[in-house]
Structure formats: C-alpha cells, structure tokens
Design a protein around this ligand. Structure first.
Ligand SMILES: *Cc1c(COP(=O)(O)O)cnc(C)c1O
Length: 383
C-alpha cells in the first residue's frame, strides 16, 4: 500500500498533508501508483496471514494451487466426488507445499543445509528445494532403498546417504545431530511442513464445502495439516462447518486405524508391515498419537483398504486420466467401501486427495495390453 502524496490535477502542486482542495481552488487526488503491484495470486498470497513464516515466493517452484477435478467415479457410487490432484506439484507430490515453507524458514534462520529422512517423495522434494534455495541437502535413506528409486532424488544434487540400522530411530537421530551440525531436518511432521499442507484445505474450501475428505495417511503429517487448515478456516469465520476427515491406511500397515478401532490410548508399532502402498507404510508414525487425538475429538474416521482394492482404484483413476501411485489411490478405494456400507451417505460431497504421481512407482502399475502390428497390416490393426 505505502503512503502517497496528494497532487492537484490542474496546477500540479503536491501536498504531504491531507488537504481536500488545492490552494489554487481545484480538487486534489492521490498520486498514481507506480512500481510492483502486490496482487494475491498464489495460495501463499491469498492466505498470507495463516502462515507462521514469510513464504519466499521469489523462490517458489509453483507448488500448490493444484486442480480440483470432478470425478465420474462419484456418480457410480451415488456421491459427488472431487479429486485434489496433488500430482501436479513440482516434484509430483503434495510434499512440496510443506518443503517450500520449511525451507523458507531454514534460509531465514541462517541454515546452510537442510535434510530429511525418506526414501520417496519427501526425499525428492527436499533435494529439489534445497537446490532451488542454494542450500546443501542431506538426504538420509533406508538401507533397502534401491538405486533405481533414488535416481529421482539424487538427480537434484545434494548428498544421498544410505543408512544401515533402525529406520525408526533415524528420525530422532537426524533431529538430534541436525541441531548439532547446523542441518535443518524437515522430516515428515516438521511443524512448517504441517503448515504448508494447510493450503490443501484452503484451496478446497475456495471451491467446494465437502462433507468428507479422504486422506491417505502414513506419518500423519498430511492429515494434521489438512485438519489444521480446516480448523483455522472455521476459527476465522471463513467456513461454518468442518468436513468429516477420514484417515485412510493400507490394511497391511495400519497402526493408526488399529489403535482407533481398538480404543488404545496410543499407537503401537505395526509389526511385519507389508503393502504395495509404500508411501504410506510407516509402521510407527511419529504423528500417530496426534492424529488419534484429532479423530476422537472431532468424531472423524479411519478406514483401511487392501492391496487389491488399492490396485483396482488405481486402475479406475487411470481410466479417467489420472495416474497416481498406489498410496494415492487408497482414498478412492476407501470411498467404495464406505458408500457401500452406508458410512458415507448418498448425495455426499467428497474430496479425495491424490497425493502423488504414478510415474514414481511404474513397476507397480497394472498396465493395459500392447498390440504388435506390422506396417503392412496397420489398417487391420486400427479397426
Ligand atoms: C507422504 C505421502 C503420504 C502420507 O503423508 P504423511 O504425511 O506421511 O501421512 C501419502 N501419499 C504419498 C504419495 C506420500 O508421498
């Protein structure tokens, strides 16, 4: 906004004080605006007051402001289904929203390096934004991470370090050592990361008022971020009612849903986890207890789906033009069960979060058939 002087449009005399008419008797007006206009375009600008740190918008890669797509799958199930397509983010998952805000903090706080503990989407996201912000990256990956999978991480530069030992302990060790060595670790439920995820709730609320939101859940960071976003919108009077949030987990690794349905006080480690949905396979989620508390406080829900149901949903989404990874198809898989059992009533407005791209997990994809054809037979092949 800035302060602006008054000028007389007739004689041109300028005033610093708030006069109403010029000494020459004519009216005065404010001098015209010059310079860079501030027009709120991105989610970082439109919801400026909601962030705990100034977003470094100059260094944004265009994370957030993802499409909300109407899905045909909804009509088959008797509900209105919208898909929040987070695969449209710069490194193809919602992780970029949180990484961007956390790295914005890290540069302001004077850190020269950032890090994370991940083998998949978060590793790629932190590596990408570290490069973008001119910081070193320390990416700690598990012993089992394959070279193939790490290509999408190491391509951005930074140090990719395969750590032998207990992966669960690595989360806490990274925070401890990071503090000592001046590396800001942006792990799965880092507080700035959670704040960045609020943008998903803000953008949804700009377009629809959902009755239900389906959220693939592993560490619980995404769930907490979306919940916090909707809660803050309600506190500030921008929405009237909270949607019912549904944490969705894979049957083969569902520590939060198990603790919820068995009315345990705290989550417990899920032994022998196995699921095709690797991106949501944290057996001992660091935000599990926090998610459990939210579910109980607001009467929200937790649902599990099998690998078979996940793959089916993945295929159906692809048939609609959206190729997501198995973890990201869990929401739609759960919707089927929850509409059939009547938990989600007919006519409901539902949003499912498509968390990450299928191109990251090509080896799991169930693909269509490929026809071989000689050029001479092309006409026959095309019929
Ligand atoms: C990280 C991730 C999730 C789960 O998010 P959490 O914050 O760990 O609960 C779900 N889907 C995809 C594709 C992810 O990368």
């Amino acid at each position: 906004m800035g302060t602006r002087r008054l000028i007389c449009p007739v004689c041109g005399k300028e005033y610093d004080k708030p006069v109403q008419r010029c000494e020459c008797g004519e009216p005065v007006e404010f001098e015209p605006f010059k310079g860079e206009p501030y027009i709120a375009r991105t989610v970082w600008e439109r919801f400026y007051d909601f962030w705990p740190v100034e977003p470094e918008t100059e260094l944004s890669l265009g994370e957030g402001d993802t499409p909300l797509v109407k899905s045909k799958i909804g009509a088959e199930l008797g509900v209105k289904l919208y898909l929040k397509n987070e695969t449209a983010n710069p490194t193809w998952s919602f992780k970029d929203r949180g990484t961007f805000l956390a790295v914005s903090y890290a540069v302001k706080a004077g850190y020269k390096a950032v890090g994370t503990v991940s083998t998949g989407n978060m590793a790629a996201s932190v590596a990408a934004y570290a490069s973008r912000f001119g910081l070193d990256a320390k990416i700690l990956v598990s012993e089992s991470a394959s070279d193939e999978k790490l290509k999408a991480v190491s391509v951005y530069g930074g140090d990719v370090i395969r750590v032998r030992g207990d992966y669960g302990r690595l989360y806490f060790e990274s925070l401890r050592l990071g503090e000592r060595l001046g590396v800001y670790f942006v792990n799965s439920d880092n507080p700035f990361r959670i704040e960045g995820y609020k943008g998903i709730a803000f953008e949804i609320a700009e377009e629809v008022s959902p009755d239900y939101v389906l959220i693939p859940t592993s560490s619980g960071g995404l769930f907490r971020g979306i919940a916090k976003g909707f809660i803050e919108l309600r506190e500030s009077g921008l929405i009237e009612e909270l949607p019912t949030l549904i944490a969705v987990q894979a049957e083969g690794c569902s520590p939060i849903c198990r603790a919820f349905s068995e009315e345990m006080d705290r989550i417990e480690r899920f032994e022998n986890p196995h699921t095709i949905a690797k991106a949501i396979a944290n057996p001992y989620p660091p935000s599990g207890d926090a998610v459990l508390k939210l579910l109980r406080k607001f009467g929200w829900l937790c649902a599990t789906v099998s690998d078979e149901e996940i793959l089916k949903a993945q295929r159906e989404l692809a048939r609609e033009g959206l190729f997501v990874q198995p973890a990201s198809a869990t929401g739609v898989a759960a919707l089927k069960k929850l509409t059939e059992s009547g938990v989600i009533p007919e006519g409901s407005k539902v949003v499912s979060i498509l968390t990450g791209s299928g191109l990251k997990t090509l080896s799991h994809a169930e693909c269509g058939e490929i026809t071989e054809c000689a050029l001479e037979n092309l006409e026959k092949c095309l019929r």
